[in-house]
Structure formats: structure tokens, C-alpha cells
Write a protein that binds this ligand. Structure first.
Ligand SMILES: Cc1cc2nc3c(=O)[nH]c(=O)nc-3n(C[C@H](O)[C@H](O)[C@H](O)COP(=O)(O)OP(=O)(O)OC[C@H]3O[C@@H](n4cnc5c(N)ncnc54)[C@H](O)[C@@H]3O)c2cc1C
Length: 420
């Protein structure tokens, strides 16, 4: 069986590596002319780190990212609402990594080139159209700079891993509603700072209207006594129409730095961090309505193409990796691509639709809004505002739903059996 993968992002590259591990031929087609380390930070939860480790990437992940030890929620005065251990510190057999998205991508691309060969990661190939004749899929590619048709590929099946603006999704389900806007704008960046808290905490500060997320994401910086701090400033804005959803759109800090002028805490000086940063990127918090169906015949969708979701609970990269493993198992065990995609979809779509909708209701971060509403001026003792049991209920139920409950991750059998 030969699989055509559209998109050389996290989902597409993880799928290529997984299929190769299962002994299934795969070829990746990516629009951009050269892969560069684009993006800023991303979190890969322990369930996906287990899968990447089973793909033989544990050492590269450890050398590139930073094993997160804690997740902390804070109010806008910098007071701690909740702190919980993460990854190995929480008893998982695998770490959670905070990692530079672009460096993670490069790491995956190196592995694809080494294992599948240079010829199976084709850059500068933008999918224009495809046709499923019931036996095979034929895909046509253009050079997006010129519009010229440059290649035609025939395979047994096609996987659309082409992200939030997926061409494959649009061809399968034309006339989709525009992106659904959550009303929040994100300004994303990374900057070297002094380490904060224990040097391994992901801090989420504020409430539904104004938030700031900061976490260290580089083991290399940690070795040098510094923190490569990924930060995201988030503001609720009026209107239903988001600005262009472009991961590479740069903005000036003058648009928002004043909103954080009072956010100077003993453990983190937010305005100073923003001031010290050079490149800042804007992206709206957007998702899409869950689809009633992902697959048609020998064509299906994974990752952001299938289920773009709000970044609540840091799930997008993690779930793209999990899709890559589930689709591989289905292709390994089912008799043909059509039944494999039907099985993959039955296993994954209901769950991803539920997470997508649940993320619109703030997911585990709902606790921060509860605290803001009950104690906007701050608190002496957080348990007077929200009980431990209420906090555990909010955060624990999300982990179960999103598939990174500790017992599930540690004890389930492997998803993919390597090809003998
Ligand atoms: C440039 C970039 C920067 C990002 N930065 C961040 C970040 O800082 N933090 C964060 O949390 N998330 C970021 N993301 C999103 C994050 O990577 C995804 O949400 C998540 O990893 C799911 O991955 P995916 O593979 O489904 O989609 P993506 O990672 O979006 O990958 C999709 C890929 O498909 C390619 N593609 C699109 N259309 C076609 C086509 N017609 N033919 C061929 N190829 C096509 C795109 O160029 C892209 O490489 C970024 C995505 C991109 C593309």
C-alpha cells in the first residue's frame, strides 16, 4: 500500500514516520519551498511523547525540548490558584515536553529524510486537486509561486494533514463556514529570560478577558542557567470576525504591552518580558465546527485539517501525533484503506469533536475564570474562593477526555506494532 500525505507539518511528518515503522510506503508533499523552524512554543503531552518515544525519537525530544514539571494557574495579581505536577513529576512514564514548534518540526523532518529517504519528502509541492476512482487516488500538485502544475502522484490512499486552511477538507466538504472565532487574539513570541519559579513551570495567568501564558521550552538554555521563555499574551476583542489566521503574521508590541503594565509579580515581570522581545506573531483563537464525517473512500483528514481546536489545554500538536498513530494502526490491521479510514474515524472523530467543543468552554482553565469572578481583587487563601475538590474535578475530567489520564497512558498497550 502506498499513502500520499498532504502537508509536512507535525501531523504529516509523524504519520510518515509511523507508516514507515509499520512497513507501509508513504510520501509527503509540502507547499513551502524549504522547511525552516517556524513558530514558537508548543506543548506535547505525555501520551504523545510515549508515541514519539516508540518511534525512536526520545533522545532527540529530550535534547531539543524541556521536560515540564509543573502547570500553574495564577490570578491577574500573580497569586497561585493551582499547581499540579506534569509528565514524569506526575508519575507518567514519559515526560511532557515544552518545545519550540519549529525545532520539533525540523527534528521530525530529519528523521523522515533519514528513514524514508529525501525523495519521500517533497517540498514546493502544493496540492491543487485529487481524484479517487474507487481503486486509487491521483493527486495533482502546483508550484504555488507560479501556479504551474509540476507533478502528479498516484497512490492507494490520501491523507490530508494540511492544517487549518486544509485544501483536502475544502475539496471533500466544499462551502464550509468561515473559521469560528473565540473572540481572543493571541500574541505569541519567545525570548531568553532569567528562569522563573522552579525553571520548569508552565504558568497561565489572568482570566477569560486578559491572559498571559509563559513557559520555558529549551533544555539547552536551562543548561546555560537561562530560560528560553515562550509567551502568549491573550486579549478578548470585540466583533465576530477574526483577523487573518496566519501563523507567520508579525505585529508590534505597542498594540498591547500597555494592557499588562501592572502585571509585575515577584516571580515574573510581564511588561519587562514583552519589552525584551523582538519578534511577535499574532494569531486569532479560532477553530472550525466539528465535521459530521472526515473520510470519503480512500481520502481522509488528520490533525488541524480534521479538527482544528482552540489551544485550551495545549492539545493541537499532541492530538496530531495521536492521529498519526491511530491511522497507522488502522491501515496496518484493516484489509484496505477505505475500511482503515472508517475505523480511524470511528476511533477518533467523536472524541476530537468533543474536545473541540469542550475547549470553547475554557476546559481546565475554567478555574481561572471562576476565581476572577469570585475574587477579582485577589485572595488571602485560595481555598476560600475555590475548593481543592472543585479544582480537581475541573482539571481531572479534562485529562480523561483528552486521553492523557496517567493510568491510561502508562498501562495501555502500544498503538502501533513495528513491522518485523
Ligand atoms: C508556520 C506554522 C507555525 C505554527 N506555529 C505554532 C506555534 O507557535 N504554536 C502552536 O501551538 N501551534 C503552531 N502552529 C500550529 C501547530 O503546528 C498545529 O496546530 C498542530 O501541530 C497540528 O499540526 P498539523 O500537522 O495538523 O498542522 P500544521 O502544523 O499547520 O501543518 C500543516 C502543513 O500543511 C502544509 N500545507 C497546507 N496546505 C497544503 C497543500 N495544499 N499542499 C501541501 N501542503 C500544504 C502547510 O504548509 C503546513 O506545513 C503552527 C503552524 C504552522 C504551519
Amino acid at each position: 500500500m502506498k499513502i500520499i500525505i498532504i502537508g509536512g507539518g507535525i501531523g504529516g511528518l509523524a504519520t510518515a514516520l509511523s507508516l514507515h515503522q509499520a512497513g507501509i510506503e508513504a510520501r509527503v508533499f509540502e507547499t513551502v519551498q524549504s522547511l525552516t523552524a517556524l513558530g514558537v512554543g508548543i506543548n506535547i503531552q505525555a501520551n504523545a511523547v510515549r508515541e514519539l518515544s516508540e518511534l525512536g525519537l526520545a533522545d532527540e525530544m529530550a535534547a531539543t525540548g524541556l521536560a515540564t514539571a509543573n502547570l500553574g494557574y495564577f490570578n491577574k495579581h500573580g497569586q497561585e490558584i493551582w499547581r499540579e505536577p506534569r509528565g514524569r513529576a506526575a508519575g507518567y512514564n514519559w515526560p511532557q515536553y515544552s518545545i519550540h514548534r519549529g525545532e520539533f518540526l525540523m527534528l521530525l523532518a530529519r528523521a523522515v529524510r533519514a528513514r524514508l529517504g529525501e525523495e519521500n519528502l517533497l517540498l514546493g509541492h502544493h496540492l491543487e486537486s485529487f481524484h479517487d476512482d474507487g481503486k486509487q487516488v491521483t493527486a495533482h500538485f502546483i508550484d504555488r509561486r507560479t501556479g504551474e502544475r509540476i507533478h502528479t502522484e498516484v497512490g492507494d490512499a490520501l491523507i490530508g494533514a494540511d492544517g487549518i486552511h486544509s485544501v483536502v477538507r475544502e475539496k471533500l466538504y466544499p462551502g464550509q463556514a468561515p473559521l469560528h472565532f473565540d473572540g481572543m487574539l493571541m500574541w505569541r513570541a519567545a525570548v531568553e529570560t532569567a528562569p522563573f519559579l522552579d525553571g520548569r513551570t508552565q504558568a497561565i495567568i489572568g482570566h477569560q478577558g486578559l491572559r498571559f501564558v509563559a513557559y520555558p521550552m529549551s533544555g539547552q538554555a536551562e543548561k546555560n542557567g537561562r530560560s528560553m521563555t515562550n509567551w502568549i499574551a491573550e486579549l478578548r476583542v470585540p466583533g465576530d470576525t477574526p483577523p487573518r489566521a496566519d501563523w507567520n503574521k508579525r505585529v508590534d508590541k505597542s498594540a498591547f504591552v500597555h494592557l499588562y503594565k501592572d502585571w509585575k509579580f515577584p516571580w515574573l515581570d510581564v511588561p519587562a518580558i514583552i519589552d525584551a522581545t523582538e519578534s511577535i506573531y499574532e494569531f486569532p483563537k479560532v477553530d472550525r465546527e466539528p465535521l459530521a464525517q472526515w473520510s470519503q473512500g480512500r481520502v481522509t483528514l488528520i490533525g488541524d485539517a480534521a479538527h482544528p481546536m482552540l489551544p485550551t489545554g495545549s492539545q493541537a500538536g499532541t492530538q496530531a501525533v495521536m492521529d498519526s498513530r491511530h491511522i497507522t494502526r488502522a491501515l496496518q490491521e484493516e484489509k484496505n484503506a477505505e475500511s482503515a479510514f472508517a475505523r480511524f474515524e470511528a476511533e477518533r472523530r467523536p472524541l476530537m469533536s468533543e474536545i473541540t467543543l469542550r475547549n470553547r468552554q475554557l476546559g481546565p482553565e475554567a478555574a481561572m475564570q471562576v476565581v476572577e469572578e469570585r475574587a477579582p481583587g485577589g485572595f488571602k487563601n485560595v481555598e476560600d474562593v475555590i475548593s481543592k475538590a472543585e479544582m480537581e474535578e475541573i482539571t481531572g475530567s479534562f485529562k480523561k477526555l483528552a486521553g492523557f489520564d496517567r493510568e491510561q497512558v502508562n498501562t495501555r498497550p502500544p498503538i502501533v506494532k513495528p513491522h518485523a
